[in-house]
Write a protein that binds this ligand. Structure first.
Ligand SMILES: Nc1nc2c(ncn2[C@@H]2O[C@H](COP(=O)(O)OP(=O)(O)OP(=O)(O)O)[C@@H](O)[C@H]2O)c(=O)[nH]1
Ligand SMILES: [Zn+2]
Length: 213
């Protein structure tokens, strides 16, 4: 397997912060620089460090879905739903990781999309045909960012069991998993089915997986 072109450093240092008004309320945006120079951000609302286990979304960058309104995936609506939920709660964090294309980068993701279009590959087969692992993400940098923000226990908005395990492996305690079902449409049906079949995403389950010790 080819190593991911996006190295996955595990330490991120805060570089600055500012006010970020959004449709769902005003966050503070914190900039972080990782060991390899990667740039990530966290959107913080309220005082999550004072909470026992605040609402957190660890979102992997998807330029096409988050910014360009693509319906190939569910990323944009998931990000909106997470920001809305935090806005309604008044407290929480969006950790926005620049791990585009499950870690293979934007240009390789577009090549993978091409293989899906032309050869009928699913997302996993396309990654593997390009010489990458099915999912090359690492959550160490998210743990480092949460640590800087004073958070070590979270209620995580995700359908992805590997994200829960990945965060737990880096020392973040996921006390509850909250489903984040949004943005299903006829273009992303196969993509979502592949996530459920090959990665075990919980796509029809309600909130669950609380493993409070
Ligand atoms: N390599 C590759 N990456 C993709 C593809 N479609 C979406 N992505 C990336 O997948 C990432 C989102 O991961 P997903 O597996 O959809 O969802 P998740 O974040 O693991 O799970 P949730 O927390 O439930 O949203 C983003 O970085 C997207 O850019 C694809 O076809 N190929
Ligand atoms: Zn996406």
């Amino acid at each position: 397997m080819t190593d991911s072109p996006l190295d996955n450093p595990s330490i991120a240092r805060e570089t600055g912060q500012a006010r970020l008004p959004t449709r769902w309320g005003t966050f503070r945006i914190h900039g972080f620089e990782a060991d390899n120079g990667g740039e990530h951000v966290a959107l913080v609302m309220g005082d999550p460090a004072a909470a026992d286990a605040p609402l957190v979304r660890v979102h992997s960058e998807c330029l096409t879905g988050d910014a360009l309104f693509s319906q190939r995936c569910d990323c944009g609506p998931q990000l909106e739903a997470a920001m809305k939920r935090i806005g309604e709660t008044g407290e929480g964090i969006i950790v926005y990781l620049r791990q585009e294309g499950r870690g293979i980068g934007l240009l390789n993701k577009i090549r993978a999309y091409g293989l899906q279009d032309e050869e009928g590959a699913d997302t996993v087969e396309a990654n593997e045909a390009l010489g990458f692992a099915a999912d090359g993400r690492d959550y160490g940098v998210a743990a480092s960012m949460l640590g800087s923000l004073g958070v070590s226990r979270v209620r995580l908005m995700t359908n992805n069991p590997a994200k829960v395990d990945g965060l737990e492996a880096t020392g973040v305690r996921v006390v509850e998993r909250l489903s984040l079902l949004a943005g299903r449409n006829h273009h992303n049906h196969a993509y979502l089915e592949t996530k459920a079949a090959k990665f075990g995403h919980h796509l029809d389950a309600p909130d669950g997986g609380t493993d409070e010790a």
